[in-house]
Design a protein around this ligand. Structure first.
Ligand code: ADP
Ligand code: GN1
Ligand code: MG
Length: 370
């Protein structure tokens, strides 16, 4: 596979000078492509989709094109710049939205949004607050989008009940003989089986609305402008699907309210940041405006606990199954990630009252126009 040949399959400007690995995603293979012509230099993002995670590229890319096609005029109408605030697909030379190489791998290209960075840990609570605004606004902007037109690329992606069942299955199969060594983590998960249905049940009963949500709101899925430090573009649209805003809130808290990286080995460094929770809640609610319902508001803290617990279970499941889903850099990587997530779950549980009070305080401040 020659990366230059693949980049050359897309309608880029001029000739490709350089293709190099880029970013920190756990799923796709991402490269930055530098091209030049007499008009200047332009950079693009070239990605090989993870075919194990995304076996239906046509559905996924149709979702991608539909969502970005919907957002661009919305951003323009708000006085924004769609070229910086929304991903833009670069078609292939044949006008298709993706390219399939000789091995059957699927590639896509977008414009690289210059002078931005993706952060694994928030540099300041102000940065995290603005990421919250961007993710809240993302949901608000998609409120008028026809959810039924989206294909569920990964069914039950945030169905925590199913995620728990998958974990039990992986424990029972114990393909790698690793279960005995992680009994403490298994016990931790089993002790929380009772909470797994909270969001799923609320959706089923119609107590909270099904919306178009991003579903993967970790901090490095929003690009931060280098000059202003503002969150300008929500990226990684592969999992945009019908869901609950609790997923987006919870997943962002999971990452941005931890004082350590997702794969920190020293658990004494993993704590819950109350300051960042307040900041994100403020930004997220401001971005959403009045579209959040009372029940959703009440469940936001539980969303944070459940999304962190769910992610920990997914890392543990993958560890037991032999590291077949998430990219790993060493054999215990998924287990290390699981431990940080479960440590954070404990901290979130201890902060439940704080989280509830904060949500209500932020809401009443916003109502008063503060
Ligand atoms: P994954 O699903 O593997 O996480 P992403 O689509 O999130 O893949 O891309 C991985 C990383 O590449 C991002 O975290 C970000 O650093 C960078 N990236 C992706 N798209 C762009 C873009 N259009 N402009 C600038 N950086 C980008
Ligand atoms: C993956 O693609 P990326 O790296 O942004 C995963 C998320 C997990 C996250 C954990 C499609 O996100 O669901 O929460 O890793 N994405 C997919 O870091 O499974
Ligand atoms: Mg990503």
């Amino acid at each position: 596979m020659n990366l230059y040949d693949i980049a050359g399959q897309f309608s880029v400007m001029g000739n490709c000078l350089e293709v190099k690995p880029f970013g920190n995603g756990h799923i796709n293979d991402t490269y930055a492509v530098t091209c030049a012509s007499e008009d200047g230099v332009r950079r693009y993002i070239l990605q090989m989709l993870n075919s194990r995670v995304f076996p239906h590229p046509t559905a996924l890319m149709n979702n991608f094109a539909a969502v970005t096609g919907y957002l661009r005029p919305v951003i323009k109408a708000e006085g924004g710049n769609p070229d910086r605030e929304c991903l833009h697909l670069i078609p292939t030379l044949d006008g298709a939205v993706y390219y399939v190489d000789k091995r059957g791998e699927v590639w896509r290209m977008t414009q690289l949004i210059e002078n931005t960075d993706a952060y694994l840990i928030a540099e300041s609570s102000a940065m995290f607050e603005d990421a919250g605004r961007a993710f809240g606004l993302f949901i608000k902007r998609l409120q008028g989008f026809d959810a039924a037109s989206l294909i569920e690329v990964i069914p039950d992606f945030h169905n925590t009940v199913k995620r728990y069942q998958n974990l039990e299955k992986a424990i029972a199969e114990d393909k790698m003989g690793r279960a005995a060594g992680v009994k403490d983590m298994i016990d931790f998960a089993r002790a929380r089986k009772g909470i797994t249905g909270i969001i799923v049940d609320a959706l089923d009963k119609g107590e909270i609305p099904l919306r178009v949500t991003h579903n993967d709101t970790k901090l490095n899925n929003v690009l931060i402008d280098n000059a202003t430090k503002k969150a300008i573009c929500v990226i990684d649209l592969d999992t945009v699907m019908p869901g609950s805003l609790l997923y987006d809130f919870g997943d962002a808290i999971r990452v941005g309210c931890s004082t350590a990286a997702e794969d920190e080995k020293d658990l004494s460094k993993v704590h819950f940041s109350q300051e960042n929770f307040l900041a994100f809640t403020r930004g997220f609610m401001r971005g959403l405006g009045d579209s959040i319902t009372q029940k959703e508001r009440e469940l936001l803290p539980m969303g944070a606990i459940l999304m962190t617990f769910e992610c920990g279970m997914r890392f543990l499941t993958d560890y037991l199954e032999g590291d077949v889903y998430f990219k790993t850099a060493y054999p215990e990587h998924n287990l290390v990630r699981c431990r940080t997530q479960f440590k954070l779950v404990e901290e979130l549980e201890a902060n439940l009252t704080f989280m509830k009070d904060t949500v209500e305080r932020v809401y009443s401040d916003l109502k008063k126009g503060l």
